[in-house]
Ligand binder design. Structure first.
Ligand code: F6P
Length: 557
């Protein structure tokens, strides 16, 4: 069914949304639902290993849940997942399989693309990564002047940066002392030079991470990094100080990187799904290969769950369905990702690419225009920083913003350092839990008036203040409670989000694995570069032409 709105379940959900909106109009619906149904949390939460998924604070009634599960059936979520895992060419516009799940399958069984088992190649690259990482971390890998490597600099952007940078930051307690891993992505020279200012060429290794090895930003950074190294140590040093992660051996070799230091992956690994491939090498340098394989195992656990759990008990499917409920039936446009763990401070940025580059689309699989909203606007910050920035809008703004709260029961640092660092972690968790409760329950006018009275504020002063202090509540949240932030738990969490995004693409009948929308800007930038240097002139709208002229004038002044 090309028009997703034609299905019975979709249409029944549209009717249900009128009933739910009527409930919301009465005010404080979630409070009522929780008090009328004491089993709501018990019935709705799901577990996968140590992860607890609680969507009970979403604006979902039992009937909506039932219909969402029917929608999953109608849109074929389960068969779509089976087709992806089987290696079918589901990335239709690029004619490719989508098999990042194979990268984290350490079970030893075959996984096929076009009839060919890809696992021998996957295992060979993992073995190559292990050998390199072990040599680097033990100091056996020496730079050109026979010194061990102290700093690894990953040069990549998008999926070749965000996933590894997020995972490296998340797993800091697992880092090896004395070995630092840096990420440089922006083509702004300040990013590279700011990073190199602190480093010594003799003890620095560059990892050029680029699936295509043609990405302008990454290649500009790689050329400048090579010039910095060669300026200090000579051309011969490149072999000991550069590695590449890519699908494009020719371009790697043309750049001058020894192919023995190239770690391959394949076109069936999408850029934003590549953390699990050789693109994870920088993570593995930071945390070691055993921990990296634990990350893969955690993701594999989520893969099996996504594939095998019935829809009603399937965490990524439920996340996807509830997200679609918010987006398509309640008209909510965004999603806040709020990790209550500083180590996850790059998670919102990572999920922005994973979600918005995958599902920020308006063309159906068959080439028509979607007549329904698709991917939400994703943003976030770690708690409690977000509380002091944009939570005002979450609580009282004119837009209702659904939010995912990610809480971690045990502080990774307390575990790693074997002491609890005061009561920071309780404060953090208390804030996260309190926010979800506040967003659910809000505060009524009567409650505000009572509080003011208790504080001795009565009469006109109270009357003037009450409307400002009301919270309408009914702001939907999901809580994902983790036990500890281990590599395994992180892998599980990220894969759950990946599968949620995939399921939503199926619900919306869009291709989640291409990214044509990033091409136009790239194309135009290629033309504008020479114009800024005065080498060519182009045909632009008056604004762009005026700005180009102004930039030139200022730079030439
Ligand atoms: O942003 C577009 C994109 O193609 C992403 O999908 C990808 O992760 C990123 O650029 C980097 O691409 P590459 O790894 O080929 O340098």
């Amino acid at each position: 069914m090309a028009d997703v709105r034609e299905g019975q379940a979709w249409q029944a959900l549209e009717k249900q949304s009128l009933l739910v909106r009527a409930e919301l109009a009465k005010g404080y619906a979630l409070r009522r639902w929780f008090s009328e149904d004491p089993g709501r949390f018990e019935r709705m939460h799901l577990r996968l290993g140590e992860l607890l998924f609680d969507p009970s604070k979403q604006l979902v009634t039992p009937e909506v849940s039932r219909l969402l599960n029917a929608l999953a059936e109608e849109r074929g979520l389960a068969p779509a997942m089976a087709a992806m895992v089987k290696g079918e060419p589901i990335n239709l516009t690029e004619g490719r399989a989508v098999l990042h799940t194979a990268l984290r399958d350490l079970s030893g069984g075959p996984r096929r693309v076009g009839g060919q088992d890809v696992m021998p190649d996957v295992r060979a690259v993992l073995a190559q990564m292990r050998e390199f990482v072990t040599a680097l971390r033990s100091g056996a890998w020496r730079g050109a002047t026979d010194l061990p490597i102290r700093d690894v600099v990953n040069l990549g952007i998008g999926g070749s940066d965000l996933g590894p940078a997020m995972a490296t930051a998340a797993l800091q307690p697992y880092w090896q002392a004395g070995l630092r891993v840096h990420y440089v992505s922006n083509v702004d020279g300040a990013h590279l030079h700011g990073t190199l200012a602190d480093l010594q060429p003799e003890t620095t290794l560059f990892i050029v991470a680029s699936k295509t090895f043609t990405t302008q930003e990454t290649l500009a950074n790689a050329h400048s990094a090579r010039a910095w190294l060669v300026g200090a140590l000579g051309q011969g040093a490149v072999a000991r100080h550069f590695a590449a992660l890519s699908t494009n051996a020719k371009a790697v070799s043309d750049f001058g990187i020894d192919l023995r230091q190239m770690f391959a992956f394949w076109d069936w690994v999408g850029g934003r799904y590549s953390l699990w491939s050789a693109i994870g090498l920088s993570v593995a340098c930071a945390i070691g290969m055993d921990a990296f394989e634990d990350l893969l195992r955690g993701a594999h656990e989520a893969d099996r769950h996504a594939l095998e759990a019935p829809i009603a008990a399937n965490i990524p499917a439920q996340m996807a369905l509830i997200g679609a409920w918010n987006r398509n039936f309640l008209g909510l446009q965004s999603l806040a990702v709020l990790p209550y763990d500083q180590s996850l401070h790059r998670l919102p940025a990572y999920l922005q690419q994973a979600d918005m580059e995958s599902n920020g689309k308006t063309t159906t699989q068959s080439g028509d225009r979607t007549q329904w909203p698709t991917g939400p606007i994703v943003f976030g910050e770690p708690g409690t920083n977000g509380q002091h920035a944009f939570y005002q809008l979450l609580h009282q703004g004119s837009d209702v913003v659904p939010a995912d709260f990610i809480l971690v029961a045990h502080s990774a640092w307390a575990t790693a350092l074997n002491h609890p660092i005061g009561d920071h972690h309780e404060l953090l968790l208390a804030n996260g839990l309190a926010q979800t409760e506040a967003l659910l329950r809000g505060k009524t006018a009567d409650e505000v008036a009572h509080e003011l009275q208790q504080a001795g504020i009565v009469g006109d002063a109270a009357k003037a203040l009450v409307p400002h202090k009301i919270f309408t509540g009914d702001r939907p949240t999901t809580t994902l409670l983790m036990g500890r932030l281990t590599p395994h738990a992180l892998g599980r969490l990220i894969a759950i989000y990946e599968h949620k995004i995939f399921f939503q693409g199926i619900l919306w009948n869009i291709c989640s694995f291409d990214q044509w929308g990033v091409e136009l800007g790239k194309q135009l930038a290629k033309a504008i570069g020479p114009e800024l240097r005065g080498e060519t002139s182009g045909d632009h709208d008056a604004s762009t032409a005026g700005l180009i002229a102004e930039v030139r004038r200022r730079r030439n002044a």
